[in-house]
Design a protein around this ligand. Sequence first.
Ligand code: HEM
Length: 257
Amino acid sequence: MAGTDYSSYLRIDELLDLQHPLTEGAHDEMLFVVIHQAFELWFKLILHELDRATAELQAGRPQAAMAPLHRTTRVDELLIGQLRVLETLTPEGFLEFRDPLKPASGLQSGQFRAIEVLGGLDGTLPAGASPLSDHDTEELRRRAASPTLFSALCATLRAHGFDAPDGDGTELRERRVDALVSLYRDHASPERAILHRVCELLLDHDESISRWRFHHALMAARLIGSRPGTGGGGVVYLDTTITLRFFPELWEVRNRL
Ligand code: HEM
């Protein structure tokens, strides 16, 4: 019996047929296409892992959330490193193929928005940006109605006896931060050690995505200066996103210890 064939299992022929630069003779456009596609594949894996982690936390099983969260943070780190490859592109090399790309932009990455929504952000695009595809819009709507990583963390904390209510408003937020402070002050028992580790893995993810935002904004400044981006927002817009955080309450704990 013939075993599994490498190329057909991994659909290598189809995969390698998906790179179609728009400008003939622009050598560097292949790098641009490949790196965006590679990012989208990694985003797919991040969502796959974060969905598992969210489901496990929602079900009160923090131990089972650790492996997918750990893998996510490794991929996040890889994404930051990949920007170094893109930085071998020069401003004049980019200009050779940039104009025909308009108005396409990373702004329309539905998967990046989905990572934001799972992180608790609303994932809305800046004013004036081209809209997401219908498929991406529908997917984001579905995700917006589902638990976020942080609400799933709160479900797990409640399942382990902590007062970590869902909901907006100062009073509910204070109760959650108090619960986190008590966990951070005492995580010696095996049960609390796991919960504490999960919180720190979530923070690792938050920090890595922030570092990606910062590095991406620097890289963009290096390539296009203060010109508008292909999607119209430019580096001025990117600079406004650097301070976004998925889990502000996990950062707030640091002030209370
Ligand atoms: C030549 C390389 C790149 C440049 C110059 C660049 C520049 C920009 C700029 C200026 C924006 C703001 C919107 C706009 O004006 O279009 C943006 C947004 C974005 N880019 Fe890039 N980018 C590059 C490569 C990449 C790559 C490889 C990815 C990976 C998928 C990526 C993902 C994103 C995402 C997700 C956004 C939206 C960020 C947000 O709304 O917070 N970009 N980019």
